[in-house]
Every structure is written in structure tokens, then in C-alpha cells.
Design a protein. Structure first.
Ligand code: CO8
Length: 257
């Protein structure tokens, strides 16, 4: 698949997607979002890939949706083309997705990072939803994902005021997992993803499904799903390997089957 607005490469079992419109601070136009989601789906189907990373460059993750592209939109034009529907497909990705964030992570880009399972950020990262200042609002899941992450009152404050928030604040609220020096973001993200790629891949995806369901399902249904996934793990060779390795006092060698 050829890409124009993202770069794609693999490092071992980690698939990396780099946003690549540096002249406009990686502003996300519709083609770029389509390319990102299509590549995530390609990696999700590729048995050689166990974890994915989405990153910007060392100065900026992305400064939000492409404002120039939105200027001509009318209610009917976007109803008919439904450009944000592609975001639903991101919620169906089964393998882990890690966002590596330097610099601005605003608007649609913050939504992209919130759709990821974990965020590793540099001390220079700035998160926020400035849409209110443009007379609009988040449209790719921001009101839902931020609210689930930090609760209604704080989410309203962030989205109403449209201010930028630094990485330490985002970490203290549970939005960001790890904060490191700006020049170490990539290294830390790759270190993390390579160690995650060593875990049993079937366990990792079953865990993702169960944990993500906790945000949507009532407790009893969530527990039912967890139990089913636990039972399902016993159909994998990796379950036998993991338990055998423990008994034999050696590290496991997981194959993802
Ligand atoms: N869209 C288009 N172009 C942009 C964007 C953007 N979001 N952000 C920056 N650029 C362009 C600038 O126009 C400028 O281009 P040029 O050099 O041709 O003038 C270039 O990038 C560099 O930007 P600045 O000169 O402004 O750089 P500064 O360092 O002075 O400022 C800021 C950086 C503060 C990040 C500033 O660029 C800014 O405020 N950008 C807009 C941020 C914003 O409002 N983002 C939200 C957009 S709305 C949105 O995301 C809705 C989401 C809906 C669903 C998601 C769909 C993908």
C-alpha cells in the first residue's frame, strides 16, 4: 500500500506509523486519517506484528484536524461524505496501539492519541481541545474518551476553555502513562512496545478487549466477557507454554497461537 501523508516501517514485531505533514504541524486531513486507519488494519491482520506505535516527529505530534479542509464544509456535505465514520474502525483494532507524543497534540490529534491504548509523552507535550475557539467541538470521540478518562467536570473544563495542558498534568489525571525527556520519547515508546511484544499475543488482545469493555458494559456483562476471554486463552498453545515454562523455571517463548 502506498502512503502519501504517513510513513510506515517495522522494527521487529512493532509496526510504526509516523504522521508526516510537517509543514502544517501534521494537521490531520481526511486522507491522512484514512491512511492511518487502513495501516492499523493492515498491521492488525499481520501475524508478524504484535504492537503498533503512532508518532509524530520530534517537534509535534499533530496540531489537530486540518482547518483549511474544514472551511468549505456544510452540514449536508459532511453528512453525505461522513468523514469521521472511519474513526469507528479504529475502535475495532485488536492489537495494542501506543501513542508517542512530542509537542502539540491538539483537537483531532488528541482524539487520535486518546483512541490509542496508552500514551507516552515528552515533557514538551501539550494536550488540548481548542475546537471551541473555532466555533465547533470535538467530533472524533473527544467528548466521550476524555470524559471516560478524567470525568465529566474536568472534561467540561478542558473542552469548554480549549486551553493547552502539559504532560505532567495529563499524567496526573491518568491521560498519559509515562512522561520522559522530549528526546527520549521514541526510545521509551520502543522499549515499552518491544517488551509488550514479548508477552503472549493472544492474552494481550483478550485483555485489551476486556479492559476496553469496562468503559462500555455494566459490571456483570463485563465480568462475563472477562470470564469467556479467560476460558478462551486456554485454547492457545501459549497458555500451555506459559504455564510449562513457569513450572520448568525458564522464560516462556510465546508464538501467538
Ligand atoms: N490545520 C491546518 N493548518 C495548520 C493547523 C491546522 N490544525 N495547525 C497549524 N497549521 C499550519 C499553520 O497554518 C501554519 O501554516 P503556514 O506556515 O502556511 O502559515 C503552520 O501549520 C505552522 O503553524 P503556526 O505558524 O500557527 O505555528 P505556531 O507554532 O505559531 O502555533 C499552534 C502552533 C498553536 C498549534 C497553532 O498552529 C494552532 O493553534 N493551530 C491550530 C490548532 C487547532 O485549533 N486545532 C484544532 C483543529 S479543529 C479539530 O481538530 C476538530 C477535530 C474534528 C474531528 C477530527 C478529524 C480529524
Amino acid at each position: 500500500m502506498s502512503h502519501q501523508l504517513i510513513k510506515v516501517y517495522e522494527e521487529g514485531q512493532v509496526g510504526v506509523i509516523q504522521l508526516n505533514r510537517p509543514k502544517v504541524l501534521n494537521a490531520l486531513n481526511r486522507q491522512m486519517v484514512d491512511e492511518i486507519v487502513e495501516q492499523l488494519e493492515v498491521y492488525d491482520r499481520n501475524p508478524e506484528i504484535r504492537v503498533m506505535v503512532i508518532k509524530g516527529n520530534d517537534k509535534v505530534f499533530a496540531a489537530g484536524a486540518d482547518i483549511d479542509e474544514m472551511l468549505e464544509d456544510t452540514p449536508l456535505s459532511i453528512e453525505l461524505t461522513d468523514p469521521f465514520a472511519v474513526w469507528d474502525r479504529m475502535t475495532l483494532i485488536k492489537k495494542p496501539i501506543i501513542a508517542a507524543v512530542n509537542g502539540f497534540c491538539l483537537g483531532g490529534a488528541f482524539e487520535l492519541a486518546l483512541h490509542c491504548d496508552l500514551i507516552i509523552a515528552g515533557e514538551d507535550a501539550k494536550f488540548g481541545f481548542p475546537e471551541v475557539k473555532l466555533g465547533v467541538m470535538p467530533g472524533a470521540g473527544g467528548t466521550q474518551l476524555l470524559t471516560k478518562a478524567i470525568g465529566q467536570r474536568r472534561a467540561l473544563e478542558w473542552i469548554w476553555l480549549g486551553e493547552m495542558h502539559d504532560a505532567d498534568e495529563a499524567k496526573s489525571l491518568g491521560i498519559v502513562n509515562r512522561v520522559v525527556a522530549p528526546e527520549l520519547v521514541e526510545e521509551e515508546a520502543m522499549r515499552f512496545t518491544h517488551s509488550l511484544a514479548k508477552q503472549a499475543p493472544i492474552s494481550v488482545r483478550l485483555i485489551k478487549e476486556a479492559v476496553r469493555a469496562a468503559g462500555d458494559l455494566p459490571l456483570r456483562e463485563g465480568m462475563r466477557l472477562e470470564r469467556k476471554n479467560f476460558y478462551l486463552a486456554f485454547d492457545s498453545e501459549d497458555q500451555t507454554e506459559g504455564m510449562k515454562a513457569f513450572v520448568e523455571k525458564r522464560p516462556p517463548n510465546f508464538k501467538g497461537v
